[in-house]
Design a protein around this ligand. Structure first.
Ligand SMILES: *Cc1c(COP(=O)(O)O)cnc(C)c1O
Length: 379
């Protein structure tokens, strides 16, 4: 057996990327926007369905930021954000000079908790400010409690930004994640389910919102022969070369999702006989997960010397990359001064959780090495 490093989530090529990149070069369209970008948006819109409009951007982080801009979030406004997530969900709140209000997870989906969300909204209103938006995340590709969360958001008339950066291809009751809220966010970073090397998209439900997003993403140029600006602009548009990679990647999106779900089944067969380790599984039949990353919770067992960190080190010794879950935002030094509503569910998940290698490139040999580490560790 080789000892080559096994990574958490690497990009995989379809082989069609070169053709579209070459076309960008042949067309002399080596800049932002262009034919590949338009085609990529069109294919994504068709794939997502649900009358969605897609603006292709240079990152998922840009998409979160533009969603806040389009919702009119300004300095001093408050924005609710799921605490258990990657920092890119929350950073753009600070870019706007707004105040993040973090909400805990619930144990079933690991995503934003409906009860704590409502407590947070009521308390913020009582303190004098109704939150301007809610950023809910389909973490690791697993849909949050869509019905409960959207019911609360509708009741208080607060728009939802659906961070679907990890959830392209996941769905709720047959509707694609990212198309359920006021805005949806996708990421095509190298570690995500498909990549454009770096890239993202903002999903909206109107042509006008898409046009506004593109306007802001291309420096907010007014309609004039000279350069005229009445709004703050951003340089957030996707490059035509990167969109070429995206067009090639769309050909294997379905395959990548099938592969990741197959990897989740592989982990199911291993963990079903191990009491101390629980594989995260979707339990609601209305939800479909792309299982972007397979994740586990490790119970501490002093007798067998089993705990999360020891398991991670056992993988590391075998040159296999595993990582703790995202560290909750309310526990991050940069966000420690902002309000948090919860019962430490996210904190507990962070202590016990581990992300396992889940990339579409995993070989049978890789799987055998992973399985050997787990069986030896839990013997
Ligand atoms: C990756 C990611 C983002 C940001 O996407 P980038 O394309 O890397 O900017 C946002 N939110 C979540 C949950 C992510 O995992």
């Amino acid at each position: 057996m080789s000892n080559k490093r096994i990574f958490l989530s690497l990009p995989k090529k379809s082989g069609f990327e070169d053709k579209y990149i070459q076309k960008a070069l042949d067309d002399d369209w080596i800049t932002t926007g262009g034919p590949n970008v338009n085609d990529f948006e069109g294919i994504l819109e068709k794939y997502l369905g649900n009358e969605s409009y897609v603006a292709a951007l240079n990152s998922g982080t840009s998409a979160v930021h533009l969603a806040l801009v389009l919702l009119g979030v300004k300095s001093g406004d408050e924005v609710i954000c799921q605490s258990l997530t990657f920092s890119a969900s929350a950073n753009p709140i600070l870019y706007q000079g707004a105040i993040p209000v973090f909400v805990d997870s619930e144990p079933e989906t690991w995503n934003i908790c409906p009860e704590n969300l409502e407590v947070a909204i009521q308390d913020r209103i009582k303190k004098g400010k109704k939150p301007k938006a809610i950023i809910a995340v389909h973490l690791y590709g697993n849909p949050y409690k869509v019905e409960e969360i959207h019911r609360i958001a509708d009741q208080y008339e607060i728009p939802i930004i659906e961070d679907s950066a990890e959830a392209l291809g996941s769905s709720y009751k047959g509707k694609m994640c990212g198309t359920l809220g006021a805005f949806g966010v996708l990421s095509f970073n190298g570690n995500k389910i498909i990549t454009t090397s770096s890239g993202g998209a903002l999903i909206s439900n109107s042509k006008l919102s898409k046009e506004k997003a593109v306007f802001y993403a291309t420096q907010s140029k007014d309609d004039a022969v000279h350069y005229q600006h009445s709004q703050i602009g951003y340089n957030y548009r996707m490059s035509n070369v990167c969109a070429g990679i995206g067009l090639g990647q769309m050909k294997i999106l379905k395959q990548n999702i099938d592969d990741r779900r197959e990897i989740n089944c592989f982990y199911q067969t291993i963990f079903k006989s191990i009491d101390e380790i629980e594989l995260f599984q979707i339990t609601n039949n209305d939800c479909f997960s792309n299982y972007w990353l397979s994740t586990i919770l490790v119970e501490n067992s002093a007798k067998k010397n089993i705990n999360r960190e020891n398991l991670r080190l056992a993988f590391e010794n075998a040159n296999i990359e595993c990582r703790p879950l995202w560290k909750p935002m309310h526990l991050q030094p940069v966000f420690s001064d902002y309000p948090y509503y919860g019962n430490n569910v996210a904190g507990d998940l962070f202590e016990r959780g581990l992300c396992l290698p889940s990339g579409s490139n995993l070989t049978t040999e890789d799987k055998n090495r992973i399985k050997k580490v787990i069986t030896t560790f839990t013997k």
